[in-house]
Design a protein around this ligand. Structure first.
Ligand code: MGD
Ligand code: MGD
Ligand code: SF4
Ligand code: MO
Length: 728
């Protein structure tokens, strides 16, 4: 049969680039960027264009698998659902509902349908123990949005297309595809800012690839809070604030001013490594871009990503950053930062603080996600409510999360029931009791990530829908289906509604029976969402807008002073008490520690274009190196006494690893970067990855209270103090 070309979009990262896929006999044979996609316009990276190797991998799990001792056995779905439900029931009867936990990874964020049914099952069972890699990447932002704007999902994005001053702290969008706002072709779009005479500044301990689009400034890891405090202080002292807007729509400026007052450009320079004069120059440029004269407002925007989120002050940093955008008159302004309008109002839908509540130990659960850094503690204890059973969906926490000296492995191995829902038998799957095979993104109908489609975090607003590119193998299932079937077997009502629950269960039961092909597909729900928002339905989207449908541009002036501000008094809070408290409690103490540790090495992570966390490590089309490396500056290499390829021992307070080095002048002195999410030596279900294992840098990261940010539950994964010596 000749190849047929289908139009779809990649779901490996948040850029969701458009793709053309050649399919022959239900097999993917070629993938190219879609030149007609309305936003990615012919851009796609290798993870998208070489996805075929993962899609067609001989290692994929194609049937439910059950482990007994070292033996794996293929079982039917009926048996899998029945046995898993029985074992969950036994644990809940014995220890209460909170004993049954869930963990979802980043790939789970790309699945539109799963979260609804997953949450419904856990809520129905009465357990709130839902963890995820959200506390490895962004929960500080949701927490602070909740405090400042009244809802975690009030998420601003920089108006990249029109700004004339942009500063990016702790992100590398050209490699990562960006996070929490939609930016395919990142490099090109940042370059356009420079071309139209603006400035783009990347603040990062590594001279990153994206920085080719603008300027780069080294910053000592985990010191951004001092840089941002001094930046805010200089803006306020210099009078570069929009008093009128602040008085009308915000509150707390005085408290903010008091908090940042001690942080002068000189003082921040002592720990950040950014000279005072450089900071002053940036503030001047920022103020000039923000100034409004006549009808000119070119705008300025600050943005931060995981490199800052993962530090010890992720929430205070994001507060300062948002406050800078707000007080300088850039929030809700063309060329500044904007709040999108998606298909539904996620902020309102998720309530005042979303699903934020405190755990018994006082740590937070933001937007329903418990701190992954507490997971080992929550399993390895004797309290009656400890976790004994868990489902892991689309994740590999043993490599992705802090795992001090393998403590998380120990915790997972001690569980009475562990289930992995995945495409492969990864390291979690290898020790699980059951592995349940899921569909790949090429096998499901979808609109992009919820944040994009629902919250509208797109500088170029648009919507797209795609049918499955290939039919799923007969015995794999979508995640939502698994949760509905488990709810059925456990006798749990979904959504707290008897009729709706009954209908969902009847539908799931029938979908894979001989009757199934007469039933409408799950895309019917998406059809409803689109039409509900006044847009063409799925059929019209496919026929008339296969490359995406552009939506009206967002010009701003649609947030401040409106009901879209969800705080009680409808004012943006520039000094939310819990964040101010945390800032005041920690900032001086951390500063003293920084001064004390000025000469020590700090560890940071490094995302690589060919690897998506742990998920592409089994692809022979993407991974040819047998290991990752520790990247050190020439200065440090000399001090340690090593050259390219030599092995070093890296020790932290929590663990030790051995890894070869690469000397790189991209690195800031006293900083070592190790690409995370390697370390596949034990993955017997991943033939290629286990032959190209590399080293797990998260064995050096600490867990427990001391390594979890008290405001957001974020894990401390960057700026970890280490000692590096030449291996004997
Ligand atoms: N030191 C350090 N550690 C880090 C980071 C860092 O910067 N530094 N980054 C952190 C971040 S931001 C994150 S998000 C985590 C990432 O960690 P994880 O969220 O665990 O990410 P992945 O490794 O991408 O996903 C793991 C699994 O998802 C499976 N999968 C892929 N697609 C699907 C699907 O459609 N359905 C199902 N059911 N499974 C699927 C893959 O086969 C793979 O086994 O790592 C974190 N770890
Ligand atoms: N190729 C590829 N793309 C991915 C992923 C992947 O694994 N590979 N993962 C996806 C996921 S799950 C996510 S969450 C996003 C993340 O998207 P990004 O946040 O853009 O990811 P990174 O490239 O890790 O960027 C973090 C940057 O922070 C810098 N950094 C580290 N510590 C500090 C610090 O203390 N201060 C400052 N200012 N900078 C610091 C690092 O050098 C790094 O360049 O990427 C997604 N896209
Ligand atoms: S940038 Fe992200 S969405 Fe685009 S092709 Fe690469 S992995 Fe896919
Ligand atoms: Mo992430």
């Amino acid at each position: 049969m000749a190849a047929e070309t289908k139009i779809t979009f990649c779901r490996v990262c948040e850029a969701t680039c458009g793709l053309e896929v050649d399919v022959e006999d239900n097999r993917v044979v070629d993938i190219r960027p879609d030149p007609k996609h309305v936003v990615s316009k012919g851009y796609a990276c290798v993870k998208g264009t070489r996805w075929g190797a993962t899609q067609n991998s001989p290692d994929r799990v194609l049937h439910p698998m059950k482990r007994t001792g070292d033996q794996w056995e293929e079982i039917s779905w009926d048996q899998a659902i029945r046995e898993i439900a029985e074992r969950i029931r036994v644990q809940i009867d014995r220890h209460g509902p909170e004993t049954f936990a869930h963990f979802v990874g980043s790939a789970g964020g790309a699945i539109l349908m799963s979260p609804m049914f997953r949450t419904a099952l856990y809520e129905g069972l009465g357990t709130r123990r839902m963890y995820g890699t959200g506390t490895c990447d962004t929960m500080n932002k949701f927490r602070v949005n909740g405090e400042m704007y009244g809802a975690p999902m009030r998420l601003m994005y920089p108006d990249v297309e029109r700004t004339s001053f942009m500063m990016v702290l702790g992100g590398n969008p050209a490699i990562s595809g960006n996070t929490l706002y939609h930016l395919p072709r990142a490099q090109e779009r940042f370059s356009e800012i420079t071309k139209r005479g603006g400035r783009v500044v990347f603040v990062n301990p590594r001279r990153i690839e994206t920085a080719r689009a603008g300027e780069h400034l080294f910053i000592r890891p985990d010191t951004d809070v001092y840089f941002l405090a001094a930046f805010a202080n200089e803006l306020i002292r210099g009078g570069h604030v929009d008093r009128e807007r602040i008085d009308a729509t915000m509150k707390g400026l005085d408290t903010l001013a008091r908090c940042v007052a001690p942080w002068t450009p000189e003082r921040q320079a002592e720990v950040t490594g950014i000279p005072a004069e450089t900071l002053r120059d940036l503030v001047r440029a920022h103020a000039a871009a923000s100034a409004r004269g006549g009808d000119e407002h070119t705008g300025a925007a600050l943005y931060m990503a995981t490199g800052v989120n993962q530090g010890r002050s992720g929430s205070p940093c994001f507060w300062l950053l948002e406050a800078i955008n707000a007080i300088s008159g850039n929030l809700d302004r063309t060329g500044g930062t904007l709040l999108g309008t998606g298909l539904i109002d996620m902020g309102e839908a998720m309530g005042e603080l979303g699903l934020t509540f405190d755990r018994e130990d006082g740590l937070p659960t933001v937007s329903g996600i418990q701190p992954s850094g507490m997971l080992a503690d929550d399993i390895l204890n004797d309290a009656p409510g400890r976790i004994t059973a868990m489902i892991v969906e689309a994740s590999n926490p043993l490599l992705a999360c802090s795992n001090p000296n393998g403590r998380l492995d120990e915790a997972f191995e001690s569980l009475d029931l562990l289930v992995s829902i995945d495409l492969f038998r990864n390291e979690v799957g290898s020790i699980a009791d059951y592995v349940l095979p899921a569909e790949t993104w090429m096998e499901r109908p979808e609109m992009p990530y919820a944040l994009q489609s629902f919250a509208g975090t797109c500088p170029t607003p648009y919507i797209i829908y795609a049918d499955p590119v290939v039919e799923a193998p007969p015995d794999v299932r979508p995640e939502w289906w698994i949760y509905v079937r488990l709810a059925d077997a456990l006798g749990v009502d979904l959504f707290g509604k008897k009729m709706l629950s009954f209908a969902a269960k009847a539908y799931a039961r029938a979908l894979y029976s001989p009757l199934g092909r007469f039933l409408p597909g799950i895309e019917r729900l998406m059809d409803g969402m689109l039409k509900g928002a006044g847009l063409p339905g799925t059929a019209a989207m496919k026929k008339d807008h296969p490359h995406g449908l552009l939506l009206p541009e967002n010009e701003g002036d649609n947030f401040l002073g409106t009901d879209r501000v969800l705080t009680k008094d409808k004012k943006v809070d520039l000094a939310p008490p819990p964040v101010v408290e945390a800032f005041e409690a920690n900032t001086e103490g951390f500063f003293a520690e920084e001064l004390e540790n000025r000469d020590r090495l700090k560890l940071i992570g490094l995302r690589q274009i060919k690897r998506m966390n742990t998920a592409s490590s089994n692809s022979e089309a993407l991974v040819s190196e047998r290991t990752n490396y520790a990247y050190v500056s020439p200065d440090d290499a000399q001090r340690i006494g090593v050259a390219n390829g030599d092995d070093v021992d890296v020790r932290s307070a929590y663990g030790k690893i051995r890894i070869p080095v690469r000397v790189s002048d991209e690195m800031m002195p006293r900083t070592v970067a190790i690409p995370q999410c390697w370390g596949h030596a034990k993955a017997d279900g991943l033939a290629h990855a286990s032959q190209h294992p590399g080293v797990n840098s998260n064995l050096l990261a600490g867990d427990g209270r001391d390594n979890v940010e008290a405001l957001s539950g974020m894990s401390h994964l960057t700026g970890i103090l280490i000692d590096v010596t030449r291996a004997p």
